[in-house]
Each structure stands twice: as structure tokens, then as C-alpha cells.
Design a protein around this ligand. Structure first.
Ligand code: GLC
Length: 546
């Protein structure tokens, strides 16, 4: 089996750019309106290994397993197969091979906290109190008053105050579901569950996947009968056993070469988040939702970044992302006052120049906003349809209403901006969001200081987030203006007078030699400057990519 060439000096994932694919919405090959694995294969050239590709290092695929789709695949009915909607195991093998041929690593989603209620394990478990699989899930008697065993609420049902327990009349007991009723929690205290689940990792590792994104790590290892605080709302999380389970996962990955685990550790406390990483024997990386949920403020981002770096020294490694399939997109979230497109460019520059591994969500590179979903088109049980709208590959005027995503009727409406933001429209436009992402990713790949170099935050005055990156004899400066007014950053702390402006988020800005003292940042403008006296190659605009 061909695997991408190992990176000699550091683990491949440190400094990598990982691109999240939400298979339902990426590309549809058979016209049923739902994206699929052959569709993804047909669009891999957008990502890597081809002229003009984005140049990312890896993809993370959201679940494509057989599923009743109550939570669009996060309710898994078989961990070792592919849902016919998405294709077949042979398609998954082909996808892995085609990705590897382009030097792209493949991470897949692993959903260990719960299965679908249609998983054969749960069907058996609910069939009788004596079934050998009864204890694979979390069953309890009701409370004395006939209600649920405790007051825990389901994550998806908070508004309606739905219980995290559902009564099953067949055996007159209640089962725990941290999420939807159709997503019963597995009982990780049972060693058989652990063994069976770790085997599902080996199944995919043997097929060549490079690692896993692990769903809701903070929910694993629930202790229902823990007395203190057990009645508290919201559902208590971040159980000690969760870390132990991550160590077992790591041990499985270590049976193979160069495989990696990134956790969705949804805790809004960076100390607890870092504690999953600092020992170096569990997760390699963890998504940071404190960062993702930071408001649009240079000071706020600076605080979060500085705090995390302090709490997570090596062997921990930072991971940054601003979007995924559960959150409003950056261009919308930060764009309440019409500045979304500009801010999304600043956000991209931050994400791709910070020390760490960067995760992008499909469509982020096109600057997509959230889609408007009319009430009759709503399908998600938790309001996440807007960020899951399908990718517009071509303008509807050329490709029809499916915008190159599908020849049929898309399962969710596309964004209203599909005509102007379609990938093919942005392809040759040097001012487009896509062009900016390509340049940033190219620069990062070609510049050791940016990819894995050191980082120091600077105090550049109000509204400006500024930091130095250093490595391989070069020093770079990143300065990002979070204000929608011009700012004159204080760069006296940089210690150097000259530099070369290599990239600005403002396509009208001239690149080339620059006197730092005179630098003014435009409204919502970010710049990337190579510090030091310019060399002979720095006189003109930065060279075009590839
Ligand atoms: C994670 C997923 C989300 C899913 C939930 C339950 O948060 O990202 O999409 O609904 O877990 O599996």
C-alpha cells in the first residue's frame, strides 16, 4: 500500500493544514442530491497534488458509516462499513489510495461515545436484561418517583429540557443518551466494549487511514453513579476515565507508523483541554473550542493563544480551527456589520500563520457564509444546516441549480452567493478568498519559520494582533488589524526597521520593501512581513504561486 513520504524532521501533523470534508455536502457523483465518496475522489485535485490545488496536507472526513442519519452519520450502525448513500468499502479504499497518491493523509471520524439505536449491539442490549450485551450500554432503573434515574439533560434537547434518559418499556429500564434518543451511550466501563471499539480502529488503520478525529471525547467514561454533583445540569463531563481511554487509543495507534488522533474535546477551559495533551501519551491534538468561540477582538485572541501556549508546553502541540460542521461560518459569525468577507480574510491569515496545526472546514477557502435555510428545508435536529450547505463548485448560471455539487436536487439549499463564490469562478481571480488561502498555504509549506518555527506575541497597540515567527534563519512578522478603521501598529518591539511585505489580505496593497515605522494597516487588514533588509529578490511583487 502506498503511503505518503515520511517527513524526516518532525511528525507530519505538526504544522500541517487539515481540511475537513463533510461528505454529504462536498460532491455528489450519482445525482441523488447527497455527496458521496466517489464525488470526493473526483474533487481531490482541488485539495492536493494538482496544478493550482489548495495544497493541504490531510483531510478529515466526517462519518460515512452505515447510519439511519438521525444525526447525519454521528449515529453509527456499523463502524466497519460504508453507508450505501456514500458508496462502498471499495470506494473508501480507492479514496484512501487516491488521496495518498497526491500526498494527502486521510483522517476519519470515530464516534466512540454512542452508537445508533439501530446498531446490532444496541438491538441486542435492549432485547432483555439478561442479554450478554445488556451492559454494553448504560441502563438504570428509574427514580423512586417513576421518572428518569437522574436529572441529566440531552445536549440536543436543552431547549425542551429533554431528559438524557429514555425509558424502554420492553425491559422497564432507562438508557442514557447524551445526544439524541437515537444515540445511546456506550458503557466504556465494560472491557468488552473497549476491546470491540479499539478493534474498529484497527480495521481502518489496516486499510491505510492515517488517523482519527475523535468525537466528543469529553463525554467518554461517564460515571452515572458518582454521588457529588450527579444531579447537576448541564450534564457533567470530562470524566477521569476519558483520559485513560485516550491512552488506550494511543497505544493502538502506536502499533502502526505515523498515525494520529485529534480529539473533539469540547471543554471551554483551556487548562482542562491542555491536560489531554501534556502527558504526550494520549491524544496528539485537540480542537480548541475556546479559540473557535472567541469574539472578534485582537485582545481576546491574544489572551486565548497566550494562555494555551503557557498551559500546553511540549510535548503538547497547538491546534487551531475557527469552523466546522457544528458552528456558524466565520464570514457570518464575525460579519454582523457587513465586514464578514474582510474579517474572514484576516481570520484565515491568523489561522494559517499561527504556530500549530490548522484545521479548515470545507468551503472556508471559498469564503462561504452560512446559507439561509427556510423553515421547510430545515433537517438538522440542532440548527446546524446553515454551515452544512453544499459546496458550489460552478456558478449556477453555467451548471444549473446544483452548482456542480449535484445534477439532482441538493439535500440542503446552497448559499445565495453560489454564483460569485463558486470555486471555478474564484480559480483564476487573484483577489478571491481561494487565491488568498492558496498563497497562505503555499507560503506556510515553503517557510520553515511559519510551518514549525518559534512564535512570540508582540504588544502592537489596540486592535492589532501581532506576532513574530522564527526559524531557519528567517524572522517573519504577522500583524492583523481587528478594527474596521485604519490602525498604526506600534512595531518598536520588533527590533528591526525594515522588512518585505509578502502578503496582505487587501488585494490592492502593494507588496515589496517596507519601513516598519511607517506601516499603517487598513480597516480589517492583515499583513505578513519578512523582517530584515530586503534582498535582491524582494524588489518586485511576491512571485506568483507555482
Ligand atoms: C460532535 C459532532 C456533532 C454531533 C455530536 C454527537 O459534536 O461534531 O456533529 O452531532 O458530536 O455525535
Amino acid at each position: 500500500m502506498t503511503r505518503p513520504t515520511p517527513v524526516p524532521d518532525a511528525p507530519w501533523w505538526q504544522g500541517a493544514v487539515v481540511y475537513q470534508i463533510y461528505p454529504r455536502s462536498f460532491a455528489d457523483s450519482d445525482g441523488n442530491g447527497i455527496g458521496d465518496l466517489p464525488g470526493i475522489i473526483g474533487r481531490l485535485d482541488h485539495l492536493a497534488g494538482a496544478e493550482g490545488a489548495l495544497g493541504v496536507d490531510a483531510v478529515w472526513l466526517s462519518p460515512f458509516y452505515p447510519s439511519p442519519m438521525a444525526d447525519f452519520g454521528y449515529d453509527v450502525a456499523d463502524y466497519t462499513d460504508v453507508d450505501p448513500l456514500f458508496g462502498s468499502l471499495a470506494d473508501a479504499d480507492r479514496l484512501i489510495a487516491e488521496a495518498h497518491r497526491r500526498g494527502l493523509r486521510v483522517l476519519i471520524d470515530w464516534v466512540p461515545n454512542h452508537t445508533s439505536d439501530r446498531h446490532p449491539w444496541f438491538t441486542a442490549s435492549r432485547s432483555s436484561r439478561d442479554d450478554p450485551k445488556r451492559d454494553w450500554y448504560v441502563w438504570r432503573d428509574g427514580a423512586a418517583d417513576g421518572g428518569p434515574p437522574n436529572a441529566w439533560r440531552s445536549t440536543f434537547d436543552r431547549e425542551r429540557e429533554g431528559s438524557a434518559w429514555t425509558h424502554d418499556p420492553a425491559t422497564d429500564q432507562w438508557y442514557l443518551h447524551t445526544f439524541a434518543v437515537q444515540q445511546p451511550d456506550l458503557n466504556w466501563a465494560n472491557p468488552e466494549v473497549e476491546a470491540a471499539m479499539l478493534d474498529t480502529l484497527r480495521f481502518w488503520l489496516d486499510r491505510g487511514v492515517d488517523g482519527f478525529r475523535i468525537d466528543v471525547v469529553q463525554c467518554l467514561g461517564t460515571e452515572v453513579d458518582r454521588p457529588a454533583g450527579a444531579e447537576a445540569w448541564p450534564l457533567d463531563q470530562d470524566w477521569p476515565r476519558g483520559r485513560e481511554i485516550m491512552r488506550r487509543v494511543r497505544a493502538v495507534l502506536e502499533e502502526y507508523d505515523e498515525r494520529v488522533a485529534v480529539g473533539e474535546v469540547y471543554v471551554l477551559d483551556q487548562r482542562r483541554l491542555a491536560s489531554f495533551l501534556v502527558e504526550g501519551d494520549g491524544l496528539h491534538m485537540a480542537h480548541n473550542f475556546v479559540f473557535l468561540r472567541t469574539s472578534w477582538s485582537a485582545e481576546a485572541f491574544r489572551r486565548v493563544i497566550t494562555e494555551f501556549e503557557r498551559l500546553a508546553p511540549p510535548p503538547a502541540w497547538s491546534t487551531w480551527c475557527l469552523s466546522n460542521h457544528d458552528h456558524s461560518r466565520v464570514a457570518t459569525r464575525y460579519g454582523g456589520d457587513g465586514r464578514g468577507p474582510e474579517r474572514a480574510r484576516v481570520a484565515a491569515t491568523m489561522l494559517l500563520t499561527l504556530r500549530g496545526t490548522a484545521f479548515l472546514f470545507q468551503g472556508e477557502e471559498l469564503g462561504l457564509p452560512d446559507a439561509d435555510i427556510p423553515p421547510e428545508a430545515v433537517v438538522d435536529l440542532d440548527g446546524r444546516d446553515p454551515e452544512r450547505a453544499p459546496i458550489p463548485w460552478e456558478p449556477p448560471s453555467a451548471a444549473g441549480p446544483g452548482a456542480g455539487f449535484t445534477t439532482g436536487t441538493p439535500w440542503l439549499p446552497l448559499v445565495d452567493e453560489a454564483e460569485s463564490l463558486a470555486a471555478s469562478v474564484q480559480e483564476d481571480d487573484p483577489r478571491s478568498p481561494l487565491a488568498l488561502y492558496r498563497r497562505l498555504i503555499d507560503l506556510r509549506a515553503a517557510t520553515p519559520a511559519l510551518r514549525r518555527g518559534g512564535q512570540r506575541m508582540l504588544d502592537a497597540g489596540p486592535d492589532v494582533l501581532a506576532y513574530r515567527r522564527e526559524g531557519a534563519g528567517e524572522t517573519w512578522l504577522v500583524a492583523l488589524n481587528f478594527a474596521s478603521r485604519q490602525r498604526r501598529p506600534d512595531l518598536s518591539g520588533v527590533g528591526v526597521a525594515d522588512g518585505t511585505l509578502v502578503l496582505s489580505t487587501d488585494p490592492a496593497r502593494r507588496e515589496g520593501p517596507l519601513d516598519l515605522a511607517g506601516l499603517r494597516l487598513g480597516p480589517d487588514e492583515g499583513v505578513l512581513i519578512r523582517l530584515g533588509a530586503p534582498g535582491p529578490s524582494d524588489q518586485g511583487p511576491a512571485p506568483a504561486r507555482r
